[in-house]
Each structure stands twice: as C-alpha cells, then as structure tokens.
Design a protein around this ligand. Structure first.
Ligand code: NDP
Ligand code: PYC
Length: 352
C-alpha cells in the first residue's frame, strides 16, 4: 500500500482528476443530485439545499463530502433513519439566541430556516448564536460558515458525529470526528476559512483510503484491539481514529461534544445508534454556530488587519492559508467543469 501524502484532500484531488472521464457544470450536478434526494424521500426544498451543498463540496475538491456521500444519504433516507421532509422549528430564546429543532431532518435546511432571523439578530446586536438539535450533518462544515464571512461576519461552527475516535490514551471510541469551521473576512478577497476534524483525519478520508488501497500515516488509527495500525480497513472494521495532536485534540473533541450536543439538546456521538436502520450513515446529533459582527470590535479596518496577519504568516514561510486549495479548485472547476468518472455519473443517474 502506498501511504497517503501529503494530505488526504490533496491526494484525493489528484485521484479524482486522474479518474475523470467527464466534466460537469456545478448547476447540472446540483440538478442531478436534487433528483436523487427527491426520489429518495426529501421535500423539494430539502433536496435543493442538500444537492447544492454536496455539489459545492465536489466543486471545491472536498471529496470526502462530495458525491461520494450520496449512497450514505440515500441509505439514511431509505432506512427511515433520517426524515427528508422534516420541517425545522425555529425558536427565539433570547435577543441573540436562536434554537432550531431539526426534527430528525438535515442540519443544512435547519440553518436555512434560521438564517433570516439570525442575520437580523447579528446586525442588531453584534452577535448571534444558533443551536440546532436532532439534526443530521453529513457534509463539510465550511459551506455553513463561508457565506457569513462573505457578508462581513466572523463565523464559527462545530458539529459532532458518531463514535469513531478514541479519547487520548483511551481504548474505545467515544468522540465523533467532530469538525470545527471558522471563517473570517479578509481584505484580499476570499475569506480565510478553515474547516478541520478534531480527529487525525476525517472518517470519509479513511473510507476513500480503503477504497483506493492507500495506507494511513502512522499514528492516525488503531485496530479493534487498540493496536496502532496504518490499515484503513482495520480502522473502519471495529478500530478507531485518534484525536489530532494528542491530549489537546482530545480536549477539542470534548468541547465540540459539549457545544454540539449537551448545549443544543442533541445526542452525543457515542449515543448515536442506527443499528435498527441498516444502510443509515448520517449521524443524528446537533450543531452550534456563532456569528460576530467584527465592526463592533471598534476596529473599522478589521478585514485589513486579518490581511496583515495572513501576509505575515505567508512571509514567515507558510506556503498557503487554509481555504487556498479549495478556492483554487473552485476557480478551476468553474471554468473547466467538475471532474467526474463515467462510472460515478452512471451510478448517480441510476439513483435519480
Ligand atoms: P484537512 O486536514 O484536509 O484540512 C483542514 C483544514 O486545513 C482545511 O481548511 C484546509 O484547507 C487546511 N489545510 C490543509 N493543509 C494545509 C496546509 N498545508 N497549510 C494550511 N492549511 C492547510 O481536513 P479534515 O480531514 O480534518 O476534514 C475534512 C472535511 O471533513 C472537513 O470539511 C470537515 O468539515 C469534514 N468533516 C465533517 C464531519 C461531519 O460530521 N459532518 C466530521 C468530520 C469531518 P483547504 O480546504 O484549502 O485544503
Ligand atoms: O468524514 O468523519 C467524517 C464524517 C462524519 C460524519 C460526516 N462526515
């Protein structure tokens, strides 16, 4: 097995581009995916939101959460685990605090339902918090935060998933891969956005590595007996990932469980039990989003200040900022189309 290098996302970009037989425009892909979601039980509104989100991941080279995820969405819908017709219930519980009961639906429609009032709150009060519960988040997190930064806001979001990560020094999986995404306006143009799992890598990338026959880097996972392994299949088959950065990543994973589940009223990752729903893959948990209007910080030049910082980081030798790869991928696929293999397109058409 060849080892994944240098990051899972870059390796996947290479593989996807090499395997591409066709190029498809973002809107055409979104239309096709919306047909799949509708066919498998989503309302038109939910189908369009999930399709746009998933096509956006494929467009940006977020392959661990692009079309690769469609069978998992379909599995959750067909098995009755997730409700594609759920109507989110938005409740205002304070001047800057919105709560949404996603009613066993997807997290992205819950965010869309809350968005107008959330924007009014942050414009009026300088900040706003959104707590989503009983929701399924099966995607990258950057699509949730990046649009807010394009509107001049700072955004931070966390979501928990399903138990597949051992706590530092632990023997059994407790945490999900638990991503955190942060977005900030930056005077150079595109916002600065990072979106990263609290685990050594995303579960989706482990699955892609298993499919492609790549070994994981050492120190990323353990097998079902808790023995360190670089075999992605051993990690998936009863094994687990480690948190990134030892005890520090473990504490971040803990924080994300507290904010996404305890605070919102959602389930902890270790409480997700889809055993009665064969084929289900979307974790039923919760999500927290915090928005801040940086103009309230008293610095009218906030975006310039962020640019000053990123310039210094680049000058110090960091060859790219988070989001650079994705934004470059987006710029390229908007011109050339999104690369897809003929086999994947046929699979999607069959599902539609
Ligand atoms: P990566 O490690 O691939 O990337 C994490 C972040 O670091 C990205 O913002 C990336 O930017 C940036 N980055 C990567 N390499 C560099 C570098 N050399 N210099 C500077 N920045 C860099 O992500 P993960 O594997 O941790 O997560 C992958 C995806 O999986 C995320 O989108 C996450 O939301 C998703 N996920 C979703 C879960 C869910 O429950 N819904 C659970 C876990 C993960 P860039 O994007 O430009 O490469
Ligand atoms: O890739 O780790 C992951 C993941 C979990 C839930 C959705 N994506």
């Amino acid at each position: 097995m060849t080892e994944l290098s240098p990051t899972a996302a870059q390796a996947a970009t290479q593989t996807a581009t090499q395997a591409a037989d066709i190029r498809i425009a973002h809107d055409d892909l979104a239309d096709l995916l919306a047909q799949i979601f509708e066919r498998h039980g989503c309302s038109r509104t939910v189908a369009r939101i999930l399709a746009g989100n998933c096509a956006g991941c494929e467009r940006d080279g977020s392959f661990s959460h692009g079309v690769f995820r469609i069978p998992g969405y379909v599995g959750s819908l067909k098995s009755g685990w997730a409700d594609g017709k759920a109507v989110p219930k938005v409740e205002e519980v304070g001047p800057a605090f919105l709560r949404v009961d996603a009613a066993n639906g997807f997290a992205q429609p819950a965010l869309e339902a809350a968005r107008p009032r959330l924007m009014e709150m942050v414009r009026a009060g300088g900040m706003a918090l959104l707590a989503i519960r009983d929701s399924h988040h099966f995607s990258a997190l950057w699509p949730d935060v990046e649009p807010f930064a394009r509107d001049g806001l700072v955004a931070l979001s966390v979501v928990n998933s399903f138990a597949c990560v051992v706590p530092h020094g632990g023997r059994s999986a407790v945490y999900g891969t638990n991503p955190m995404a942060f977005a900030s306006p930056c005077a150079s143009g595109d916002p600065i956005v990072f979106d990263q799992a609290a685990s050594s890598m995303a579960n989706g990338d482990v699955r892609i590595a298993a499919r492609e026959g790549h070994a994981l880097p050492p120190g990323y996972g353990v097998d079902r007996d808790g023995i360190p392994t670089t075999d992605p299949k051993a990690v998936l088959d009863g094994g687990a990932l480690l948190p990134f950065g030892g005890h520090k990543g473990s504490s971040i994973a803990f924080l994300i469980e507290v904010l996404s589940a305890a605070l919102t009223g959602g389930q902890f990752s270790f409480e997700v039990d889809w055993s009665a729903h064969p084929g289900a893959e979307t974790p039923r948990t919760g999500q927290l989003l915090i928005l801040i209007d940086p103009a309230r910080g008293g610095n009218a030049g906030f975006a310039e200040r962020v640019l000053t910082l990123t310039d210094r980081v680049r000058a110090a030798g960091q060859d790219r900022m988070p989001g650079d790869r994705r934004h470059a991928h987006r710029a390229r696929t908007e011109v050339e189309g999104i690369p897809l293999s003929a086999a994947k397109l046929a699979e999607l058409r069959a599902l539609a």
